[in-house]
Design a protein around this ligand. Structure first.
Ligand SMILES: Cc1ncc(C[n+]2csc(CCOP(=O)(O)OP(=O)(O)O)c2C)c(N)n1
Ligand code: SF4
Ligand SMILES: [Mg+2]
Length: 347
């Protein structure tokens, strides 16, 4: 007797894609590297929200972290730039085509050491893009030297102690203009997912600094970016729930316990109070909280700051709704008469 089995239905998201469509090449990073976990979260979030992968532009610099865009969103655009220069490339690409959803993935060396100047200008402009810093405190790709985010007193495997104070990328982003600033840990799956989803819905620069241990060069006793240090010192500011724009949000919110932030695309980020009162819309309080945590040797994670009102760079420049890249020549090229007029004025 022959038996026929019906194949299980394919699991697809709201645009009909399988999770496979959001994956990339097989990772070549070390097994256990925090960066691999972040790539996994990116794949899940873009799949779950049903983002059109061909509308995403992946940008990175140089480093193990900057290699990781090869390991997710195979169908997206990608530009692997020069070390520390990703912000300029991303700015150009997004100005040329505002329909691209910018997703920058970079390292602490790429951002805070060689790329600090580029990072600061990106922040100042509040360019609408997601900017993930895979922060392990070292230059993983070049064999583990301290980067500018390494904490003072942190120890290398060789016994060398870091005697310079760190740059806190979240404090810099907050102070100078990013409108969504968050910190997380590559081992905190749920928190990182909700943060990434909120960043997808945000209409400004989202900086997410993710402590992402380098298992090969910076995961030992004496490191403040190791798995064990993070397990002991992570201090979540709140619990997060993301409600996408296409889901019913009529769930009742308990008074005083949950803050609801409506994002640009109509999604909601629900910020649930844990054991402290924290207002993520208060920039000064956010800076003070980061300072206090540093003194207490705590790593605050969650949404440090969110501002849904401030105009982004494209709005400030009054960019046309239609991307520059698709405007016809008749609209982007001044006529001979206009050029003659300008030349006349310059005489
Ligand atoms: C202009 C330039 N200077 C230096 C280097 C060497 N280099 C390559 S990756 C890297 C640091 C990467 O560190 P990070 O951004 O933290 O990434 P990770 O490997 O730790 O993920 C350096 C200094 C380079 N490729 N280009
Ligand atoms: S060297 Fe470190 S940062 Fe690079 S892949 Fe290995 S574990 Fe990750
Ligand atoms: Mg690094």
């Amino acid at each position: 007797m022959s038996t026929t089995t019906t194949p299980a239905p394919r699991k697809v998201n709201r645009i009909g894609f399988e999770i496979l469509n959001y994956k990339g090449a097989k990772t070549t990073l070390c097994a256990g590297c925090g960066h691999n976990a972040i790539s996994e979260r990116i794949i899940e979030c873009f799949y779950e929200l049903g983002v059109d992968p061909w509308k995403v532009g992946k940008f990175s610099g140089i480093g193990c972290s900057s290699k990781s865009p090869a390991y997710f969103l195979n169908m997206s655009h990608g530009f692997n730039a020069v070390h520390g220069r990703m912000p300029a490339i991303a700015t150009g690409a997004i100005l040329a085509n505002r329909n691209i959803m910018g997703l920058g993935v970079t390292g602490d060396g790429d951002t805070a050491s060689i790329g600090i100047g580029q990072f600061m200008h990106l922040v100042r402009r509040n360019l609408p893009m997601i900017y993930i810093i895979e922060d392990n405190g070292v230059y993983g790709l070049t064999k583990g030297q301290f980067s500018a985010t390494a904490d003072m007193g942190s120890k290398l495997k060789t016994g060398v102690i870091n005697d310079l104070p760190p740059f806190d990328c979240c404090a810099l982003a907050l102070k100078w203009g990013a409108t969504f600033v968050a910190r997380s840990f590559s081992g905190d799956k749920k928190q990182l997912q909700e943060l990434l989803k909120a960043a997808i819905g945000h209409n400004g620069l989202s900086v997410i600094d993710v402590v992402s241990p380098c298992v090969t060069f910076n995961d030992h006793d004496g490191s403040t970016k190791s798995y064990s240090y993070m397990k002991e010192h992570e201090e979540p500011l709140h619990a997060l729930d993301f409600v996408p724009f296409y889901e019913d949000i009529s769930v009742e919110i308990p008074e005083g316990e949950v803050r609801d932030v409506q994002l640009h695309d109509g999604s909601h980020l629900r910020i649930r109070k844990l054991d402290r009162d924290y207002d993520p819309t208060n920039k000064l309080a956010a800076l003070a909280a980061i300072e206090d945590a540093e003194k207490m040797h705590e790593v605050l994670t969650g949404v440090l700051y969110v501002n849904t009102e401030k105009p982004n760079f494209l709005e400030l420049l009054h960019m046309a709704d239609e991307p520059l890249a698709t405007l016809p020549e008749s609209k982007v090229r001044p006529s001979k008469e206009v050029l003659d007029e300008i030349m006349e004025e310059l005489r």
